[in-house]
Every structure is written in C-alpha cells, then in structure tokens.
Design a protein around this ligand. Structure first.
Ligand SMILES: NC(=O)c1ccc[n+]([C@@H]2O[C@H](COP(=O)([O-])OP(=O)(O)OC[C@H]3O[C@@H](n4cnc5c(N)ncnc54)[C@H](O)[C@@H]3O)[C@@H](O)[C@H]2O)c1
Length: 274
C-alpha cells in the first residue's frame, strides 16, 4: 500500500520526545491499515547533544535550536509538544496560531488558567489536538470502557487508582524542573495523578468533588549543574528546595454517584513508572 506521508515536527528531544519518536517510527507496523505514514521532518531542542540524537538516532531529517522553526516549517503538518510544563502554553498557542495540529504532553498547563487558554486557542483555530494521556489507549482500557458504557458491569460504585513510582525516591536525585513550582506546576498531581484522574473519568464519567491531602517528604535536593533528561539524574550541586508534592491522597465523588480513592507517590521505593 502506498501511504501518504504526514510531516512530523517534534519540540523537545527529552524522555518523552524520544518516546513519541519511537511511536511514530513503529506506528505503521502496529497499524498496517493506516493510510498515512509519519515522516520525521524536524526536531527542536536547546541542547546540542539532543539535537544530534534527533538526527543520528531518532531519524529526523534536521534538528534546530529554536522551536519556532519547527512550527514555521512548511513540511511539518503535525507537532509533538514534549517540553517541560512551563513551555506548554506558549508552544500550544503558537502551534494553534500556525494552524498545526498538535499532541501536547500532560499536564497541559501548570494550572487551570493555562489549560483553559490552550483548549480555547485550539478550539478557535480548529486544529485537531490530543493530550498525552497515554494510559487511555491500551485495548484492555478500551474494552473496559465499552463494558461499563453498555452496563455489563452493573452500577459502578467505587474506583481505586494507585500510581506509585520510585523516580524521586533517592534523596540525592537532582532537583530537576519537575520539582520547581514555576516550571512544573504541581508535583505528583500533574505528573502522575493526572493520568489516574483522566483514566477514571474516561471509564466512569466526570468527577464532581474532591478532597485531598499532600506532602513533600524530601524537602531539599542537590541542584543540577549540567543538562539532563528524564525523571532523575545524579547531582552534586548545593541543596535547593523541592517546591511541590511528593505524595497525594485524594477522595472523590463522581457525578454519577460513584466514589473514588486515588493515591500517588514519586518516592515509593520499588515501583517503576516513568
Ligand atoms: N504521557 C506520559 O506518560 C509522560 C511521561 C513522561 C513525561 N511526560 C510529559 O512530557 C513532558 C516532557 O517531559 P520529559 O520527561 O520528556 O522531560 P525531559 O526533562 O526528559 O526533557 C525535556 C526536554 O526539553 C528540552 N527543552 C528545554 N527547553 C527547551 C526549549 N526552549 N526548546 C526546546 N526544547 C527545550 C530539554 O533540553 C530536554 O531535552 C512533560 O510535560 C511531562 O509531564 C508525559
């Protein structure tokens, strides 16, 4: 089958930018019925080593330092926004105004106001978008949704979500952007529990009320001196303050009357989730 090429632009070649790139490379193998195929056109990252990887390892034709070149590239027809959270609003508004459909990583904004701005800009521009709630897509979840919607499981009375991760369990792990409020917004609420809230709403329906408690158990971490990607890195810099939560416990009431219990930690030793 000859498939129409769709030009892809990537903004940020970090942990998630690499995951998106692998997915683009594999998508036709997984879904041979597709009539299109992604063509990796250009990636942007501030760090030269990441730009080199984009071309040498990930298969982009070109890599640039300025993300504006990705949005302006005439062959880029869809964009993956895989940047740290503090860039999401600016990038999404620019993508919408360039008329480029985009997949933006979660959490969309650092808070409600930024997320609203992004949703409004995309709607006004009429571009197709997706938010990186990747746990929605496995076939088992899609099947569960169908079964619940068809009433096959009866009345859903309660939901329990546990998202435990160890990525920050080492107190000597670096103070990455994820721990700084101005850069990340919240801690586990946005980084991990946003997946849980999305999944529960996807299956059971909207959440109406919540009550929550959170805590930062590792209050300081060594500051990062060089560049690093991913969830953790070792660092030897002076200690800096962790500004958002390591752990959250939430109880919720869904609009349909179901109750929910949500728990998330980034310092639970053992469970891997990155
Ligand atoms: N859907 C999921 O399951 C999932 C998993 C992990 C991360 N994420 C999300 O993906 C996003 C990125 O997280 P990550 O783990 O890849 O972060 P990361 O720290 O690994 O990578 C961030 C990258 O952004 C680059 N960058 C910084 N400023 C830039 C700029 N001005 N222009 C271009 N690039 C710039 C950095 O050099 C780095 O390569 C976050 O919003 C995160 O919440 C989603």
């Amino acid at each position: 089958m000859s498939r129409r090429a769709v030009g892809i632009g990537l903004i940020s070649v970090g942990w998630m930018g690499r995951a998106h790139s692998r997915a683009y490379r594999n998508v036709v193998e997984h879904y041979p019925e597709l009539e299109v195929r992604p063509e990796l056109v250009v990636a942007a990252d501030l760090v030269e080593a990441n730009r080199r990887d984009a071309v040498d390892l990930l298969g982009y034709r070109d890599a640039v330092a300025d993300w504006r070149e990705v949005l302006a590239h005439p062959e880029v027809q869809a964009v993956s926004i895989c940047s740290p959270n503090y860039l999401h609003r600016e990038l999404a508004l620019a993508a919408a105004s360039a008329g480029k459909p985009f997949w933006i990583e979660k959490p969309m904004g650092r808070g409600l106001a930024e997320s609203d701005d992004i949703a409004r800009a995309a709607a006004e521009a009429g571009v197709v978008t997706a938010v990186g709630f990747s746990y929605r897509n496995p076939p088992a979840i899609q099947k569960a949704r169908e079964l619940i919607a068809a009433g096959r499981l009866g009345r859903i009375t309660n939901v329990r979500v546990s998202f435990l991760a160890d990525y920050s369990s080492d107190p000597d792990g670096a103070l990455m952007w994820r721990f700084i409020r101005d850069r990340a917004g919240s801690g586990v609420y946005g980084d991990l529990l946003s997946h849980g809230f999305d999944l529960a709403s996807h299956l059971v329906g909207p959440i109406a009320e919540v009550s929550a408690a959170q805590e930062t158990f590792i209050a300081e971490r060594p500051q990062l001196t060089g560049a690093a990607i991913g969830h953790n890195a070792t660092a030897t810099g002076a200690p800096g303050a962790v500004e958002n939560e390591d752990y959250a416990a939430v109880i919720a009431r869904f609009e349909n009357g179901a109750l929910g219990v949500f728990e998330s930690s980034r310092i639970a030793v053992g469970p891997r989730a990155e």
